[in-house]
Design a protein. Structure first.
Length: 297
């Protein structure tokens, strides 16, 4: 089940690629002495003064302003070589840039949501509002009505495209974070622990809203022990393998009493110690944490 509430203050980040041209080396003897020149006279009828570009962003045309979590970058477009050059950046929710007349590209990122817009500056200040149709996703989970600590949960998020195909956009996302996403439909997998306790659901993210996606896990936490008698001390330096009924390896570890989280189902555990191999079949039931003892006989 999911619930939607108003989106709180959010935080975002994005990568940008800088452009740099090659440099050529010269010796002191090969560099000609500079020739003094008079400053060129300004061209008549051409505006060379800088004008202010004021920017802000909202979740919709009529929505309120986004007050944090934005990353702005401004690029000068239309150069002789066709390249764009970054001329400014800011984390301010309402930045202002002083720019000479020309064509510019404004890029603003809000988590995994981003918008690019062309802006023309000619004879005066320009104000522009960028619409970012994005929302937030918070992953939560429970077992038998008891909440699982967010630190034990991670999410894998795939965008559901109009064709129905899924495209991976984020994985291993800690549930302690709010993931900022473009408005749309997503297929979300919630993993409890680091083994096979995975559940999934289709989630809709709405612009300007925080979606709480609560998953119901069917798993338990087990501690493995190799003992010489029931209830005895765990034997150290034991190598462990946990297998599905089909023989697929779920988890391997070394130690006296490793702990792991497993989805509900049947398993086989293999313990190896001092050249000997011991096995046991066991069943996992959701919410029933406990020990799995393997007798060294």
């Amino acid at each position: 089940m999911t619930s939607i509430r108003s989106l709180p203050v959010l935080i975002a980040s994005l990568m940008v690629i800088g452009l740099a041209g090659p440099a050529s080396a010269q010796t002191a003897d090969s560099i000609p002495a500079p020739v003094p020149q008079a400053a060129p006279a300004p061209l008549k009828g051409v505006d060379t003064a800088s004008h202010s570009l004021s920017l802000s962003a909202g979740f919709s045309d009529k929505g309120g302003q986004i007050l944090s979590g934005l990353k702005w970058r401004v690029f000068r477009a239309g150069g002789d070589d066709g390249d764009v050059v970054k001329v400014g950046e800011s984390d301010d929710p309402s930045p202002k840039f002083a720019l000479p007349p020309g064509s510019y590209v404004v890029h603003v990122a809000y988590g995994l949501a981003a918008v690019t817009k062309h802006v023309e500056i000619s004879k005066g200040p320009v104000q522009d509002v960028v619409v970012i149709a994005a929302g937030g996703l918070q992953v939560e989970a429970s077992i038998g009505g008891k909440a699982i600590p967010p630190s034990q949960l991670t999410a894998r998020v795939m965008l559901i495209q109009p064709s129905g195909e899924r495209r991976l956009i984020a994985e291993n996302v800690p549930a302690t974070n709010v993931l900022r996403l473009p408005e749309g439909r997503y297929y979300v997998e919630c993993t409890y622990g680091d083994s096979n306790a995975v559940v999934s659901a289709e989630i809709s993210v709405a612009a300007g809203k925080l979606t709480d996606a609560t998953f119901h896990q069917m798993a338990a936490t087990l501690t493995l022990k190799l003992v010489s008698q029931p209830g005895g001390e765990a034997i150290a330096n034991t190598a462990w393998s946990v297998l599905t009924p089909g023989g697929d390896v779920i988890r391997e570890s070394i130690g006296a009493f490793p702990s792991l989280i497993l989805a509900e189902g049947n398993y086989t555990v293999v313990a190896r110690h001092e050249g000997r191999v011991y096995t046991r079949e066991f069943e996992v039931k959701a919410g029933r944490d406990g020990d799995v003892e393997v007798l060294a006989r």
